[in-house]
Design a protein around this ligand. Structure first.
Ligand SMILES: *[C@@H]1O[C@H](CO)[C@@H](O)[C@H](O)[C@H]1NC(C)=O
Ligand SMILES: *[C@@H]1O[C@H](CO)[C@@H](O)[C@H](O)[C@H]1NC(C)=O
Ligand SMILES: *[C@@H]1O[C@H](CO)[C@@H](O)[C@H](O)[C@H]1NC(C)=O
Ligand SMILES: *[C@@H]1O[C@H](CO)[C@@H](O)[C@H](O)[C@H]1NC(C)=O
Ligand SMILES: *[C@@H]1O[C@H](CO)[C@@H](O)[C@H](O)[C@H]1NC(C)=O
Ligand SMILES: *[C@@H]1O[C@H](CO)[C@@H](O)[C@H](O)[C@H]1NC(C)=O
Ligand SMILES: *[C@@H]1O[C@H](CO)[C@@H](O)[C@H](O)[C@H]1NC(C)=O
Ligand SMILES: *[C@@H]1O[C@H](CO)[C@@H](O)[C@H](O)[C@H]1NC(C)=O
Ligand SMILES: *[C@@H]1O[C@H](CO)[C@@H](O)[C@H](O)[C@H]1NC(C)=O
Ligand SMILES: CC(=O)N[C@H]1CO[C@H](CO)[C@@H](O)[C@@H]1O
Length: 544
């Protein structure tokens, strides 16, 4: 359906100029399924509605889909009080900036020092307390964002079991995508992606070790930015690996994601990886990077050997991808084909990533647990968490096994193990000279472009950024296929897919521009419609 639509429709597309002027059709009350941060900020500034109205509307929307999609695990009991304070600040003429009074949701591994729990989807951590907000949360609050609640996720960010399902956690239930009955939401930022897609907040935060922002964004018709490791602090976020983990925005538009990234990124005394941010920590202007001509004169590579084979399930995506290459060309870019990754064959069989992540997880998890000011079950090590999980009925062990933890514990690696630095060096080579960095340099590229289903891995092992933007959706005649566990519909008609731009470390400002220039020429998100969606709008909750 869309793969074909995209081809024919691009010729007639009308481009909107990016100004802050209200469109002539603006009634003051944008529909929340697609409302942008700028539209909501304008409505607040013009007193068409308040932040309390926004909190009322978004929480009603969350509860409307609670029983069907299990997207949000907790609503912040303080959200109304915070909204009301921010409304007063605004009325007194003090705006904190573009996010003032806008509600956001957090993935349930990003901690807050308030009444909400941070569980990674496990009862093991229910009731635990942290010494302070995660730094990304503190930065968002300072920018005026309202923390509305916690989004469900794949339990332990999908770093537990070989037989679980994307978006399932014992504490939050099974998240479903909204575009087909029983849709696999992908993960592990499942609830964050579905929530952004359905307009349950202005945007959400996700986390990624390898694919956890990009893949669910791709599968749920939203934009995901996976920042360079170190651009966003991981302090007080339940970790997998300090070498790969990063926190990023998931939003309905590239510009909304840019606004959130601008506010959450930056140096932090509690995460020394942030000291690597260039220019002594001064951030580029990610929002200003959103220009229609951002692709003009740029060289964009296509690493065909990384993209892989055409199969029945990849065919619709690859067709849409070929059309997208034409759109990039029309936008002024030069497409350089076959910018292959020279060490790709070694990459796909390499054990370097699990060696690094497995080493980090044991140490980084223990470090997070030791930071807790209240630890109700006294769990201090991975072995403790595993014992809890295996004996706690709602964790569905042994059906949902603990294979990942079993492996990590049996490897028994530390940073002083003989293979550790070798694995680190190997990863740097496979993603670097043998991977994306090598292709960027050899072909003098500004970025590479790939379907999003494949984009995460090569960038993950070197901590490099990726952005995914909606590209299309499966056509109506698609055969329904389930996930390996057999309890979710993974491929089905109307299930969305995305396209990704990737480049070297700290290249977010370029990638955001490329993604914006593509998004504005295609507006795919608006063409793919969810089959389940909440109906509450601002006009249903009253207005000032
Ligand atoms: C969400 O739905 C469940 C039932 O599936 C219900 O027990 C729970 O109270 C609901 N949550 C809220 C916040 O209403
Ligand atoms: C956090 O968990 C505790 C313990 O189950 C519960 O009493 C509390 O209501 C939860 N907080 C929120 C905001 O749901
Ligand atoms: C998957 O889709 C089929 C229809 O194709 C439907 O019968 C089934 O209930 C769906 N699965 C789930 C988990 O809802
Ligand atoms: C960063 O902090 C970690 C743990 O606090 C420490 O082990 C590491 O040496 C530090 N790295 C740098 C570059 O300061
Ligand atoms: C870098 O930033 C720090 C803190 O913001 C400041 O104290 C320092 O002077 C800056 N260094 C340079 C070289 O600008
Ligand atoms: C790049 O990879 C593709 C797909 O594997 C292959 O067909 C092509 O020949 C390769 N091109 C170069 C220049 O290596
Ligand atoms: C945790 O440890 C504390 C102090 O040793 C003890 O009082 C408490 O009963 C323990 N809680 C659990 C659930 O084991
Ligand atoms: C995986 O889960 C499925 C669905 O519950 C179950 O049928 C199967 O036995 C499980 N496999 C293993 C190896 O536990
Ligand atoms: C793990 O390795 C350490 C030494 O590095 C050793 O003391 C310990 O017994 C090992 N544990 C297991 C379960 O093999
Ligand atoms: C806030 C909320 O709706 N939480 C629900 C999430 O899903 C689980 C499992 O279905 C429910 O028990 C929670 O009440």
């Amino acid at each position: 359906m869309l793969a074909i639509l995209l081809k024919t429709w691009v010729a007639s597309v009308v481009l909107f100029s990016s100004t802050n002027a209200l469109p002539s059709s603006y009634t003051g009350l944008p529909s929340l399924l697609d409302a942008t941060a700028e539209e909501l900020a304008l409505g607040l500034e013009n007193n068409h509605f308040s932040s309390v109205d926004l909190v009322n509307a978004y929480t009603k929307r969350i509860l409307e889909v609670n029983d069907t999609l299990h997207v949000v695990t907790e609503i912040n009991p303080d959200a109304w009080k915070i909204a009301s304070e921010l409304d007063e600040e605004r009325a007194a003429g003090n705006s904190r900036g573009p996010l003032h009074g806008l509600p956001v949701l957090l993935k349930n591994n990003i901690a807050t020092d308030d009444l909400m729990n941070n569980t990674d989807g496990s009862y093991a951590l229910l009731g635990a307390k942290v010494p302070r907000d995660a730094t990304v949360v503190a930065k968002l609050r300072k920018a005026g964002a309202i923390i509305l609640g916690k989004a469900n996720l794949s339990q332990w960010t999908n770093f537990r079991s070989s037989n679980s399902s994307n978006g399932w956690s014992s504490h939050g239930g099974q998240v479903y995508g909204a575009y087909y009955p029983g849709q696999d939401p992908w993960g592990s930022s499942s609830g964050s992606s579905v929530a952004s897609s359905l307009g349950l907040a202005v945007a959400t935060l996700g986390t990624e070790t390898d694919g956890s922002i990009i893949l669910p964004s791709h599968q749920n018709n939203v934009v995901g930015i996976k920042p360079t490791v170190g651009l966003t602090s991981r302090a007080q976020v339940i970790p997998v690996s300090e070498h790969l983990d990063t926190i990023g925005p998931i939003a309905r538009t590239v510009k909304d994601a840019a606004y959130i990234l601008q506010a959450m990124a930056g140096t932090d005394q509690y995460d020394n990886y942030t000291s690597a941010i260039p220019n002594n920590g001064t951030l580029p202007d990610y929002v200003a990077a959103c220009t229609l001509d951002a692709l003009k004169g740029k060289r964009i590579g296509v690493p065909r050997n990384y993209i892989g084979a055409r199969t029945e399930t990849t065919a619709p995506i690859l067709d849409a991808f070929e059309s997208a290459l034409q759109i990039l060309t029309d936008a002024g870019a030069t497409i350089v084909d076959n910018t292959n990754y020279t060490a790709y064959d070694q990459f796909i069989t390499s054990g370097a990533e699990i060696a690094i992540v497995g080493t980090d997880f044991k140490a980084n998890l223990a470090s997070y647990l030791s930071s807790l000011t209240v630890n109700p079950n006294n769990l201090t090590t991975l072995a403790d968490i595993r014992a809890f999980t295996q004996s706690f009925p709602l964790d569905e062990y042994p059906d949902r096994d603990t294979a990942t933890w079993d492996l990590v514990l049996s490897l028994n690696l530390t940073t002083s193990s003989p293979g550790y630095w070798a694995a680190h060096e190997e990863a740097q080579f496979l993603g670097g000279p043998g991977g994306i960095l090598g292709a960027l340099e050899s072909y003098n590229l500004d970025a590479v472009v790939t379907p999003s289903y494949i984009s995460a891995g090569i960038s993950a092992i070197i901590g490099a950024p990726v952005i995914s933007v909606p590209l299309g959706a499966y056509p109506e005649d698609t055969t329904v296929r389930t996930n390996p566990r057999g309890d979710l519909n993974l491929t089905a008609p109307n299930v969305p897919f995305g396209i990704s731009f990737s480049a070297g470390l700290w290249s977010e400002v370029d990638l955001i521009g490329f993604a914006y220039a593509f998004e504005q020429r295609t507006k795919v998100r608006e063409m793919v419609k969810p089959v389940v969606k909440p109906s509450t709008e601002l006009w249903d909750v009253g207005r000032k």
